[in-house]
Design a protein around this ligand. Structure first.
Ligand SMILES: NC(=O)c1ccc[n+]([C@@H]2O[C@H](COP(=O)([O-])OP(=O)(O)OC[C@H]3O[C@@H](n4cnc5c(N)ncnc54)[C@H](OP(=O)(O)O)[C@@H]3O)[C@@H](O)[C@H]2O)c1
Length: 237
C-alpha cells in the first residue's frame, strides 16, 4: 500500500506520515525545497520525497504522483505569516483539490482522497446551520482572511461539485481548534458539529487527526462509514 501525502512538512502532515509508516505503509511526500523535514522522515527508506511545490504542478505531473497510490491525504494550509495569509497562492488548497480530483478521474484505480478541512466549514448538505452570530463572523472571515475562503472553497468542491458518479471516494476531516500533544488520546467523531466553532470551540490534537486519517486509509469499515462525508473530530474532554 502506498499513500501520497501533501503538506507533509506541516505540523499535522508530519504526524500523518509517522502514523502511516507505523502501519508499514509506503509513503510519497511532496515538499517545497525550503521545507524542513525531520530526520525520521528524510532517513526512512519507506518514504519517497519529491521536492517541489504542488501548487505549480501540471495535471500530468500530479497524475504521475498518483499512479501507484492507494490513497491521497492533503494537509496543506497557509503558513501563519503575513505572506502566508495574504500573499499568493490564495487558493492553494482549492487549486490542489481541483487538480487532484481531475487527475483521479483519469485513473483506472480508485484511490481514496482525504482532505484536512476545518469546523469553520459548515456542511449545509447535512443540515448544519450557522447561528446569526456565526453567519456574521464567517462572512467577515471569508472577506478578510484568504486562507479561510480557500478552505471553504476546497470543501465545497468535494461536497457540491463531485457526485458519487465521479467515482472518487473522499472524506473531508474537520478538526476544531488544533493543538499538539505527545500521544494519541481518546477522540470522538461526529457527522455534524456539536458545538460552535466560533463561540464555543472544542479542541482537537493534531496527532489524533493524523491517527483518524491513517485509520481511514487502513480500516475499510471506517472508510465506508465516512465516505462522501465531513466528519468532525474532537478530543474527548
Ligand atoms: N489552526 C487550527 O486550529 C485549524 C483547525 C482546523 C483546521 N485547520 C486547517 O488545517 C491546516 C493544517 O494545519 P497545520 O497546523 O498542520 O498546518 P501547517 O503546519 O501550517 O502546515 C501547512 C503545510 O502546507 C504547506 N504550505 C504552506 N504554504 C504553501 C505554499 N504556498 N505552497 C505549497 N505548500 C505550502 C506547508 O509547507 P512548508 O513546510 O513548506 O511551509 C506545510 O506542509 C491549516 O492550515 C488549516 O487550514 C486549522
Amino acid at each position: 500500500m502506498k499513500v501520497l501525502v501533501l503538506g507533509a512538512s506541516g505540523a499535522t502532515g508530519k504526524l500523518v506520515v509517522q502514523q502511516l509508516v507505523k502501519r508499514n505503509i509506503k509513503v510519497r511526500i511532496v515538499v517545497r525545497e525550503s521545507a524542513f523535514i525531520p530526520s525520521q522522515i528524510s532517513d526512512d527508506q519507506s518514504i519517497e520525497i519529491i521536492k517541489g511545490n504542488v501548487n505549480d504542478f501540471e495535471i500530468a505531473k500530479i497524475k504521475n504522483l498518483l499512479k501507484d497510490c492507494d490513497s491521497v491525504i492533503c494537509c496543506l494550509g497557509h503558513n501563519i505569516s503575513f505572506k502566508g495569509i495574504f500573499g499568493p497562492p490564495r487558493k492553494l488548497v482549492f487549486n490542489t483539490v481541483v487538480k487532484i480530483m481531475e487527475a483521479l478521474q483519469s485513473l483506472d484505480s480508485n484511490p481514496k482522497f482525504i482532505l484536512m478541512s476545518t469546523t469553520a466549514y459548515t456542511n449545509r448538505k447535512t443540515g448544519e446551520l450557522n447561528t446569526f452570530g456565526e453567519k456574521i463572523v464567517f462572512t467577515l472571515l471569508k472577506l478578510l482572511l484568504p486562507p479561510h475562503k480557500d478552505n471553504m472553497l476546497a470543501a465545497d468542491h468535494l461536497v457540491y461539485k463531485l457526485s458519487t458518479k465521479n467515482n472518487i471516494d473522499w472524506v473531508a476531516v474537520r478538526p476544531d481548534s488544533l493543538f499538539d500533544e505527545e500521544s494519541v488520546s481518546a477522540y470522538e467523531i461526529h457527522n455534524k458539529k456539536i458545538r460552535s466553532a466560533i463561540f464555543n470551540p472544542g479542541k482537537t490534537s493534531r496527532i489524533n487527526v493524523s491517527h483518524f486519517m491513517a485509520e481511514l486509509v487502513t480500516n475499510e469499515k471506517l472508510w465506508q462509514e465516512w465516505t462522501y462525508k465531513t466528519p468532525v473530530i474532537y478530543n474527548k474532554e
